[in-house]
Design a protein around this ligand. Structure first.
Ligand code: AAO
Length: 472
């Protein structure tokens, strides 16, 4: 209740004209449940974003990049090579992290941290971490010694070569990263202490990185020391024919359902067709930091990306996670840096959106795009109403959520001109794909329902959505 009230206050006081502000605060009991992955955002930048945008826009939670000490370097993936469990990174200090969590809570937004607990560094030579800790591949003074790591002995270099071999996947090294023996009690205990330390700073949940590379029971043991209700989101990439599948992990919490994002490459996925975990177990996303780079899902430079975000936020499947990252020249490049070598404070484009050019290293701020914000509002309005009035014609699709909202997606290369049945009462409504309404009215066009029918005229690769609660 405390957070919900804070969110209402934040929404009511948001500055008119700021992207993300809408004329009406979110109604109690209408949390969107939607999260945002603020990839490579500094803690100070996240704090401001919670107050200025995320709370007022109706985001329920955010995911940070890994917060602990890491190897040095300008690549983003240095954060996936832990050196110690000190909360000290080029994204901010322990104090900055704690202050960010407090600010986000005051804005009504929960904070989840990316937890890298499967492994340590991939360095063969060792070095000094960001916060000054020294390390070798299999030796982290005061934390781990060689005996705490797997040496699988199943492949030439102890590296995973074959994802069809479960023993390799869980006891050999992913990308040469020193693989912790998470089956050992004292290893589990130390990793649990790290997560508890983050929880002492207010963290509400965790993404478990590389969950596939740990036995499900190991994750259960590591997370068993956390407060009841802690959210656990496990990264278990669904690989065809692989022996380790997401279903084996749902006893520990939720899993990222990669079948959703990969399915978006060819239209709107249909979880009822099989091959998906149950809706309550699934975190769904259009892209994440890996798939943005490897093409296994759509990414925000592609023509149907906005359509994919609309489809994901409109669906009655899974918990959506919106991705917010930066433009880059090569896939290893990290975001812009400040003169002290730390990651720079974020500056979103003045008017973020799909057609805005963003320089390499600068944040794209997809979570502030008008369609994303408008669909958060739509999702809050429809709540858990059942899917109704479904219509499909090739890559064009429409459906309602009872009499509360309706969405039309035109994934084809031609205009979609038709008339569709909707349960939303007759009236004229704002198109929320253009953005949330402001105090001066609809952000874009309006849609009219007459006699239970809506006339649709949608250009190629666009969408429209309206909610009964947002009349024009
Ligand atoms: C860096 C360098 C490496 C160097 C290493 C150590 O790039 O050359 O060896 O340092 O010095 C990130 C970066 C890495 C980086 C690493 C450490 O991505 O480049 O390595 O930090 O700094 C597997 C895992 C999955 C993992 C993914 C990358 O199962 O957990 O590989 N993701 C997480 C993070 C990721 C991070 C790490 C783990 C490590 O999200 O950012 O790495 O902390 C199949 C398998 C998957 C497998 C992929 C890739 O997926 O099923 O399990 O993921 O292949 O190997 C379709 C298929 C699906 C397939 C997918 C792949 O969807 O259906 O089966 O395509 O495209």
């Amino acid at each position: 209740m405390r957070r919900r009230l804070a969110a209402l206050v934040a929404a009511a006081t948001c500055v008119v004209g700021l992207t993300g502000c809408s004329s009406e605060p979110f109604a109690p009991g209408r949390a969107t449940g939607v999260g945002v992955q603020l990839f490579e955002w500094t803690w100070d930048s996240i704090a401001s974003e919670c107050t200025d945008v995320l709370g007022p826009a109706g985001y329920s939670w955010l995911l940070t990049s890994p917060p602990n000490e890491h190897i040095t370097g300008t690549q983003w993936w240095t954060h996936y090579q832990p050196v110690s469990y000190r909360i000290e990174s080029d994204l901010g200090t322990r104090e900055q992290f704690a202050a960010m969590v407090k600010t986000c809570h005051e804005a009504g937004v929960d904070v989840y941290a990316d937890a890298v607990v499967n492994h340590m560094t991939g360095s063969d030579t060792g070095g000094i971490g960001w916060a000054g800790s020294s390390y070798q591949h299999d030796d982290y003074p005061g934390i781990w010694t060689d005996a705490d790591f797997h040496h699988c002995g199943l492949t030439a270099d102890d590296d995973i070569e074959n994802y069809s071999d479960a023993a390799q996947v869980q006891t050999c090294e992913l990308l040469n990263l020193a693989d912790l023996d998470t089956g050992a009690d004292h290893v589990r205990q130390r990793l649990g202490e790290y997560l508890k330390d983050l929880q002492s700073l207010g963290v509400d949940g965790f993404r478990i990185d590389a969950a596939k590379h740990m036995a499900s029971d190991d994750i259960a043991a590591i997370t068993s020391v956390l407060k009841p209700g802690t959210v656990i989101m496990q990264e278990v990439i669904r690989g065809a024919g692989e022996p380790i599948q997401p279903e084996q992990y749902t006893g520990n919490g939720q899993v990222y359902e990669f079948a959703w994002g990969t399915g978006l490459l060819t239209g709107t996925p249909d979880p009822s067709s099989g091959g998906f975990v149950d809706s309550d177990d699934a975190i769904v996303f259009v892209e994440n930091h890996d798939t943005e780079r490897n093409g296994s899902t759509p990414n925000s430079t592609q023509i149907d990306y906005v359509l994919d975000v609309v489809a994901t936020l409109a669906a009655d499947y899974g918990t959506p996670q919106i991705f917010s990252g930066y433009r880059y020249a090569t896939t290893d490049d990290g975001p812009a840096r400040a003169s002290d070598g730390a990651v720079a404070l974020v500056e979103c484009p003045a008017d973020p959106g799909p057609r805005v050019e963003v320089a390499d290293g600068q944040m794209v701020c997809q979570h502030r795009w008008p369609a994303t914000l408008g669909m958060l509002r739509w999702r809050a309005a429809v709540g858990d109403a059942a899917v109704t009035d479904e219509w499909t014609q090739g890559l064009a699709r429409a459906f309602g959520r009872g009499d509360l909202g309706f969405v039309v997606l035109n994934g084809t290369a031609k205009s979609l001109v038709t008339t569709l049945t909707t349960s939303v009462p007759d009236g004229t409504y704002c198109d929320l794909v253009a953005g949330p309404p402001t105090s001066s009215g609809c952000a874009g066009g309006a849609v009219t329902v007459a006699g239970g029918m809506v006339a649709v005229d949608l250009p190629a690769h666009t969408a429209a959505a309206f909610a009964a609660s947002d009349p024009a």
